[in-house]
Write a protein that binds this ligand. Structure first.
Ligand SMILES: NC(=O)c1ccc[n+]([C@@H]2O[C@H](COP(=O)([O-])OP(=O)(O)OC[C@H]3O[C@@H](n4cnc5c(N)ncnc54)[C@H](OP(=O)(O)O)[C@@H]3O)[C@@H](O)[C@H]2O)c1
Length: 215
């Protein structure tokens, strides 16, 4: 896997959630040259060793410290815990929602309960003063790790209502060796949710867009 350890990037990425997805993205963004801050659900000591081993050079902090200090926040915690996101520190920040409703973790009652609402739209409603975009939710963490900078680039699709911040998300996706694909509005992100054929997609652009056309 190629990366660019020598490049230093200015924006600091904060990841809420130090589990499978959070540590994988953390590792990829460190490799791409971004400063990375990361938090788990509790104390810093609880994740310090995990971060030292799995995401060397990332800084473990408390949830609200990550939210406060980072320029861009990635939500990599269980969707059912979304109300614990420190919303008061996220005003005017770009928040990338990578979460999915997964019944085994989040319970049998669908989140959000309103079937007309996508989970990322619900997160935007919860964070009305933040700019929420959806990305990094459809590919499994093992594929993210393994397909970064693959010979034929694999798609990471994203969606959001704020066009001004899409270039930043595009740059983030490219920096870790994937092909960004803009799906339009947050609502359009429904095609990336669990249950959709694109959920789990680890595909080059042509196949990804081909599948998209069948909807
Ligand atoms: N796994 C994947 O391949 C994958 C791919 C794309 C998207 N996702 C989505 O990413 C999210 C995380 O999945 P995962 O597989 O990484 O789960 P995971 O391995 O169970 O990790 C979840 C992490 O979130 C932490 N957490 C819980 N509440 C938190 C809070 N309030 N603030 C900060 N961190 C908190 C947990 O800490 P504790 O252990 O202390 O509770 C744990 O470190 C889910 O929404 C999932 O659908 C997962």
């Amino acid at each position: 896997m190629l990366g660019n350890y020598s490049m230093k990037r200015e924006l600091t990425i904060g990841i809420l959630g130090a589990g499978k997805l959070g540590t994988t993205l953390g590792r990829l963004f460190i490799k791409a040259g971004y400063p990375v801050l990361i938090s788990g659900s509790k104390n810093v000591q609880d994740i310090a060793l995990t971060i030292e081993v799995l995401v060397p050079n990332a800084v473990p902090l408390l949830n609200h410290e990550v939210a406060q200090r980072a320029d861009i926040i990635i939500l990599a915690l269980p969707l059912g815990k979304y109300k614990t996101i420190p919303s008061e520190y996220l005003d005017n920040k770009l928040v990338i929602d990578a979460m999915n409703y997964w019944w085994e973790v989040d319970g049998l009652e669908r989140i959000p309960s309103d079937p007309n609402l996508t989970s990322s739209e619900m997160i935007q409603d919860f964070l009305p003063n933040s700019i929420v975009l959806k990305a990094f939710n459809h590919m499994g963490y093992h594929d993210l790790e393994g397909e970064s900078f693959s010979e034929v680039p694999k798609v990471i699709a994203y969606s959001g209502n704020n066009e001004d911040h899409k270039d930043t998300v595009k740059e983030l996706i490219e920096s870790i060796g994937f092909k960004p694909l803009d799906l339009g509005t947050l609502e359009n992100g429904r095609v990336l949710e669990p249950g959709s054929p694109l959920f789990g997609a680890n595909l080059p652009e042509e196949e990804f867009t081909g599948l998209l056309k069948t909807f």
